[in-house]
Structures are given as structure tokens and as C-alpha cells.
Design a protein around this ligand. Structure first.
Ligand SMILES: [Zn+2]
Length: 257
């Protein structure tokens, strides 16, 4: 590891260890080590399409996709009491399956394993609400509701797949909480996102306007490269574990009040 990268890891760890309201934001880049392709990375879906190349191959069959060390690092930061909220663009369920608590997670584009109530916005697994895809289909918002299909166990509202397809609105409550936590953050850590799609690109701007430090960890360019307080262009799985180790050492050396 280069001396520069070591310095960046140390800097990130110091800010995170001293933070009062750390918010993390993740894009597809955090899941590439799990075998999922990202979109705008060097070998991403859109990068290859723009170069006239065929789509990237999945690194593992879909049934074998598991959370990787980076997902687990975020769970650890949450358990240390540091990571207050996690905003993700991913629909791959890897944050939840890594053990990250649902109540501290906003999945802006939904989650392929969860359904959502249009009335109260509660989230459920397909099994929890008795939604059999063989009978009721995927339950996308644009599908016509079928007579007798399961309703929300909380408010009896219509439940749909939480996955946000093109043209669907984003989940309002999760979006609102994401804006709120971004504005409240003192350290905003963007991981594996090129931050070009709205509202992804709004969150770091809102955080910075509120005086938060912006840390970027991403392969490839983002629109925030010039204004970020710290920009780390390296592998996520190479950077997050030493950051978390260093954070733990700093906390142990200086217990928080
Ligand atoms: Zn409901």
C-alpha cells in the first residue's frame, strides 16, 4: 500500500472516530467485490455500453452473491455507535443480509427482496405478507392490482415491489429521512458511487452545505472530486477494513464522553 493511501486511510479514520453524526452513502461499487457489476466503474455496465462493449459478466451466479467485507465494515461502524444512517442506491439486499438494521437504512431504489406499502411505506419481505410471485407476479407499481392479492398487514394499503423502476417515484419517507440525515451529518462518506444520478448527487451537496466533511471512496471520477475534503481512489475492500481497524484503535485510545 502506498504512503499516500495510508495517509488517506488515517485521515478518514480520524474524522470518523471523532464524528457525531456519520452518514454513509453507497452505490454499486460496494457490491462489485460480491460479484455484481457496477454501472460507471472502469468495467461498469454503462462504461462498457458507451465503449460499444458487451455487458460485464457477473463474478458469481446470482444465488451465490453474498455481502463482502465492505458491507460488514459498515455494520461494524453502526455497532460502534458511529454510523447513524446509511443511504444506498443498491437493490441487491446485501446491506440487510450483512446484518445492517433496517431502521437505519434508506434504499432509494428499493430492494429486490422487499415489498413496500403505498399507504404507510412499511417494508416487508414477500414471505411476511404471503406474496407468492408465482400467483401475483413481481408486484411492480405499474402492474394492475389483482383481486384478492395480499394487502399491508399494518394499514391494509396496497403493497408493491419496493424496487423503483424507471418512471416510478422514489420512496418518499426514505428519501425524506436521507435528506434529513445528510443535513444533520458532520461526516458524509460516499462509497462506490459516481454520484451522478439525482437524488444521489443532492445528498453530498446538502451535507457539505451543512458543514459536513465529505469523504469519497470510489474508483473513477465523480462531480465532487474537486470539492471533497478527502478523495480516495482505491479499492473499497482494500480501504474500509483498515479504516475501521484504525477507528477502533482511536476509540480505544480515547474513550468518547
Ligand atoms: Zn401500510
Amino acid at each position: 500500500m502506498s504512503a499516500d493511501l495510508q495517509k488517506q486511510i488515517e485521515q478518514a479514520a480520524e474524522w470518523i472516530a471523532a464524528s457525531q453524526h456519520l452518514v454513509a452513502f453507497t452505490g454499486a461499487g460496494i457490491s462489485t467485490d460480491s460479484g455484481l457489476p457496477d454501472f460507471r466503474g472502469p468495467d461498469g455496465v454503462w462504461t462498457r455500453r458507451d465503449a460499444g462493449l458487451p455487458p460485464p459478466k457477473w463474478g458469481a451466479p446470482p444465488s451465490q452473491i453474498r455481502p463482502n467485507v465492505a458491507h460488514l465494515c459498515l455494520v461494524e461502524l453502526e455497532q460502534l455507535g458511529l454510523l447513524k444512517f446509511l443511504i444506498s442506491q443498491n437493490v441487491d439486499n446485501l446491506h440487510l443480509s450483512s446484518g445492517f438494521p433496517l431502521e437505519r437504512l434508506a434504499e432509494l431504489h428499493g430492494n429486490g427482496k422487499l415489498m413496500r406499502c403505498l399507504g404507510c411505506e412499511s417494508r416487508f419481505t414477500f414471505e411476511q405478507v404471503g406474496w407468492d410471485r408465482r400467483v401475483w407476479g413481481e408486484g411492480y407499481r405499474a402492474h394492475r392490482p389483482l383481486k384478492g392479492q395480499p394487502r399491508c398487514p399494518v394499514c391494509k394499503g396496497r403493497i408493491i415491489s419496493s424496487v423503483v423502476n424507471f418512471g416510478d417515484p422514489l420512496p418518499a419517507k426514505e428519501l425524506e429521512r436521507s435528506f434529513m440525515h445528510s443535513a444533520e451529518s458532520d461526516v458524509f462518506f460516499a462509497i462506490g458511487s459516481s454520484l451522478v444520478v439525482s437524488p444521489a448527487n443532492d445528498m453530498p451537496r446538502i451535507a457539505m452545505e451543512a458543514g459536513s466533511k465529505l469523504i469519497l471512496l470510489n474508483r473513477g471520477e465523480t462531480p465532487f472530486d474537486e470539492v471533497a475534503d478527502l478523495r480516495i481512489d482505491a479499492g473499497i475492500g482494500e480501504v474500509l477494513p483498515p479504516v475501521v481497524e484504525r477507528v477502533k484503535a482511536l476509540l480505544a485510545a480515547q474513550p468518547r464522553a
